[in-house]
Design a protein around this ligand. Structure first.
Ligand SMILES: C[C@@]1(CC(=O)O)c2cc3[nH]c(cc4nc(cc5[nH]c(cc(n2)[C@H]1CCC(=O)O)[C@@](C)(CC(=O)O)[C@@H]5CCC(=O)O)C(CC(=O)O)=C4CCC(=O)O)c(CCC(=O)O)c3CC(=O)O
Ligand SMILES: NC(=O)C1=CN([C@@H]2O[C@H](COP(=O)(O)OP(=O)(O)OC[C@H]3O[C@@H](n4cnc5c(N)ncnc54)[C@H](O)[C@@H]3O)[C@@H](O)[C@H]2O)C=CC1
Length: 196
């Protein structure tokens, strides 16, 4: 069973092993969250060229020493034995590891997600169907479109104003709960009211 958790990775060292399609997807994912990573592989698919200035690329095969200072590790080679060695080493050394061909050995997996500013919806099937995760993501992307970025920011700003203004906790909760029944235009108006 997998426990959902949102991690601040800004101070965490991350290493991805492998230079194929899957390693590329995992690297792009970290970059999308503003995080550079170290990548270890002897061969890289051409697409890595686009990312070469953003990543720390090591041209070598996997060696344990490359993981010493990393807390998050992704084992994404096409060699099951190598992936397994990485998984075991990380688990024995208190690291978070995603072994892309072995969910049992992984102590975390990467969910599919929809991100609209600070709204983050993650989808996981416990490894039973990554394709279904991807399909659900596409459905949610339509329902929660780009306008949600401003919607969430405005909710956040109004929440702060309400907490500042109302000391009575039950009234405060009522006001906070009522916010989500307003659309973006109504929230914008309310924000102006509070700023007066
Ligand atoms: C357990 C997990 C571990 C992990 O990697 O974290 C895992 C494992 C495996 N995936 C495999 C195959 C595919 N994976 C994808 C796609 C994604 N896979 C992702 C996550 C996960 N994949 C984790 C569980 C997630 C969950 O619980 O749902 C996503 C969500 C996130 C990401 O990787 O970035 C991303 C969608 C991104 C998006 O669209 O948002 C596609 C479809 C495609 O490429 O379009 C296929 C081919 C079709 C199919 O098989 O369904 C195989 C078989 C390899 C083989 O054939 O041998 C294994 C190994 C195994 O099953 O053992
Ligand atoms: N989790 C997921 O979402 C998915 C997982 N998979 C699994 O992921 C594995 C990798 O898939 P692809 O990236 O498509 O494979 P690929 O064949 O495109 O790339 C494999 C990469 O691993 C590197 N590699 C091999 N041995 C190495 C070593 N000792 N040290 C460092 N790097 C090494 C190779 O140089 C190559 O760059 C597959 O075997 C498959 O089982 C496949 C699809 C999706």
């Amino acid at each position: 069973m997998l426990y959902p958790i949102n991690i601040d990775i800004s101070d965490i060292k991350i290493t991805v092993i492998g230079g194929g399609e899957v390693a590329y997807r995992k690297c792009k994912n970290f970059l999308a969250f503003g995080k550079t990573v170290k990548v270890i592989s002897k061969d890289y698919i051409n697409k890595f060229g686009e990312l070469k200035d953003k990543l720390e690329i090591v041209n070598d095969e996997y060696k344990e020493e490359y993981l010493k200072d990393s807390f998050i590790v992704v084992a994404a080679t096409n060699n099951k034995e190598v992936n397994r060695k990485i998984g075991i080493y990380c688990r024995e050394n208190g690291k978070l590891v995603n072994v892309v061909d072995d969910i049992e050995l992984s102590n975390f997996t990467v969910p599919s997600y929809v991100k609209r500013g600070d709204l983050l919806i993650s989808i996981s099937t416990g490894g039973k169907s990554p394709s279904l995760s991807s399909k659900i993501k596409k459905e949610l992307e339509e329902k929660y479109d780009d306008s949600y970025e401003e919607y969430i920011d405005t909710l956040g700003e109004l929440r702060k104003e309400i907490i500042k203004k109302y000391e009575d906790v039950s009234l405060r909760r009522k006001k906070l709960k009522a916010l989500i029944n307003l659309d973006l235009a109504e929230l914008r108006e309310l924000k102006i009211e509070y700023q007066k």
